[in-house]
Design a protein around this ligand. Structure first.
Ligand SMILES: [Mn+2]
Length: 317
């Protein structure tokens, strides 16, 4: 049995698509919303089974990876997230590079001598790696309009992955992958696929609502946006945070979403011009964590929201 295990965002989908264009293989698809990264816990496999794992952290799946390798499964892994120490296991083929400006689809593209490079460029845009995407696209000799179409493809595939549960999404990521699978040419997919049309409409409507959302805080160094507990807000919050970060590179951003139990889910982006401190700020609060440039708090008790805003403002004056 084969298993294709991939993050449900643009990077995961485009990584798998390139590999399966290069080598067709029947496989059970294992994926989920973008935040659902502990995907290997769902796989039971052993000797004779082959897994391809894409765009999820080895470290976050370490126990299950060791379980599957011990059981005799062969595992091929491409990723750009923190992996920690890799085990000495004959069955593991790891292509892991955590350098800035690298995403999983670019690693896969490198592995395949850039045979399907437009898909990797789109994925890099989806992961908000705009400079890396443009640099990687150079050999394609595209004009600005064509490059913008790949940016839009990456943005929309990425947007589809955001949500708290699969119910929030327009397409289950496995279904979206199947739609992509029918197209070798990325530009044909952009022009002809029903999925692109649905995602483009959804994206525009969601972003229009997000841009109307009230600011809880609007200061020179930082801004905080309050979003309601609605599917559109859960879908668009990550992409909207990226848009704000690019539009105001000197400013830090916090997106706060009310959860059904009254707690707040908060995403913090440090200023792009100085991407520091988001993790340290979030870790001061219960359920907070992340990276220096992008961090979050999963469930902030409502009575601590004002404390958070004050600390946010103090950190990014
Ligand atoms: Mn990625």
């Amino acid at each position: 049995m084969n298993y294709d295990v991939f993050n449900g965002d643009a990077d995961g989908i485009c990584a798998l698509h390139q590999l399966r264009l290069a080598e067709e293989r029947e496989a059970e698809l294992v994926t989920g919303v973008k935040r659902d990264i502990r995907l290997l816990s769902r796989v039971q496999a052993g000797a004779g089974d082959a897994l391809t794992v894409l765009d999820i952290s080895f470290d976050a799946n370490r126990d299950d990876a060791l379980r599957l390798l011990d059981a005799g499964a062969r595992v091929q892994w491409f990723d750009h997230h923190y992996a920690g120490e890799l085990p000495e296991a004959a069955g593991l083929e790891a292509h892991i590079d955590t350098a800035a400006g690298v995403c999983t689809s670019l690693l896969v593209s490198r592995h395949l001598d850039d045979a399907y490079l437009p898909w990797a460029v789109a994925a890099a845009f989806g992961d908000n790696l705009h400079e890396a995407a443009r640099a990687a696209a150079a050999p394609l000799g595209l004009d600005d309009a064509a490059l913008s179409r790949l940016e839009r493809l990456g943005t929309l595939l990425n947007y589809n992955g955001y949500g708290v549960s699969l119910d929030d999404l327009f397409f289950h990521p496995a279904e979206l992958y199947r739609q992509v699978y029918a197209f070798e040419d990325a530009f044909a997919f952009i022009e002809q696929s029903e999925a692109m049309r649905v995602l483009a409409e959804g994206f525009e409507a969601d972003m229009a609502r997000a841009r109307e959302a009230p600011l809880a805080l609007d200061a020179p160094g930082c801004a905080a946006v309050t979003l309601p507990d609605e599917p559109w807000a859960r879908r668009v919050s990550g992409v909207y945070a990226n848009e704000l970060a690019r539009a105001h590179p000197e400013r830090a951003h916090a997106l706060a979403m009310k959860l059904p139990d009254g707690c707040w889910r908060i995403s913090v982006r440090a200023p792009r011009a100085n991407p520091e401190g988001a993790d340290e700020l979030c870790r001061r609060f219960p359920t907070g964590g992340g990276r220096a440039a992008a961090a979050g708090i999963n469930a902030l008790p409502a009575d601590m929201y004002d404390d958070f805003l004050a600390a946010f403002r103090e950190r990014y004056p």
